[in-house]
Write a protein that binds this ligand. Sequence first.
Ligand code: SF4
Length: 426
Amino acid sequence: MMFEEIVKNATIFSVKKIIKNSMNSYLHVKDYQEEVVRDFDKKKNYLLYMHIPFCHTFCPFCSFHKYKYDEERAKSYFKYLRQELRKVYNEGFHFDSLYIGGGTTLINEKELIHTISLAKELFDIKEVSCESDPNHIAPSSLKQFSNLIDRLSIGVQSFDDEILKKVARFEKFGSGEVIEEKIKAMVDLIPNTNIDLIFNFPNQSEELLVKDLKIAQTLGVSQITTYPLMNSELTRTSMNNAFGEQSNTKEYEFYKLINQELKSFDKNNAWSFSKKRTALNDEYVGSHNEYIGIGSGAFSFLGGNLYINAFELDQYASLISQRPHAIIAGSHFARREQIKYHFLTWLFNGKLDIDKFNATFETYIQKTLAQELYLLKRAHAINIKENIITNTEFGNYLALCMMKEFYSGMDKIRAMFRQNHLKLAV
Ligand code: SF4
């Protein structure tokens, strides 16, 4: 193995370890028996995340928080969600962007329209980004959202029928060709359309990945997001059942291929490519330093604190009826961990203005993160010129690894709650 490659592998290993260690502070979540009073800047605009936790059926790679759809249950959930919207309004928050994630966000259009409309009525929301699956993008349905949603992100994952069959999406959403046609039919209805693809599926070849990327570019979408397959604790068994053991050995090679194939696009962050660089993308964690999550199982990050809403639907409803919010647990980041967290999210966006970063977080990273900066420079992951850090391609890959570790930490929290370790009785 060449010396340079050894350094790169060692850096990937070290960076993952740093993030894993940092995530341990996340994982020291405490349950909050009492009502939480959140300290925040009433003049500031935050991002609002809204979670819709329902799907008709589940995909084996998906670790998101969700329940099987039941219309009555969903209607009742939306009612409490709107109640929570009013509560964050009464708490004094201001939001200028709304991100709706799931689950299957468009699973009950009427309720969603009602809820987005209320959010727009209460807050001066300038942009709404919403996830969707390929079954809820029929032009007749989407027309209702053309004035409500600015960006729709469609989870395609792959156009390859064999992969779609293995991840149980072929029967659910149709063949690759059917999905292509569905996207072509709707692409002009919403100002920005993104499609999500996953790479590094076990047994995926370079040819199959390139084919997916080429198809994606023919559909007229303004953004393409390419996620590495995540090794979540919540999905490992179902993925192993579908594909056999997973491996990361080809991940970096695939990533280089993606960059090559999408070189005519601007990079919004390490895994999002668009025709025109935009802050409107799937990673609200990366584009917003702080955000408030509403809905069952939603996370908020505010003032160095992670807050976690009740997962279980009855508990969520009960808390929203009785308290100002549905927070059941949380953790506090030590100051250094906060700096590292923000450093990661800024680096994930590809560029970091050191002076701006230092001023925003009242720090001096040349000293506080001297070790990390040295490591990244030594591995040729970053360049620093006139106090601006820019990622190299390898740096972008490292940022992707870091974000992947971050999401894997979040999954661990979901797994803990799924096992009911921290369930709060109300
Ligand atoms: S990938 Fe989408 S449709 Fe599949 S289980 Fe996850 S949220 Fe539901």
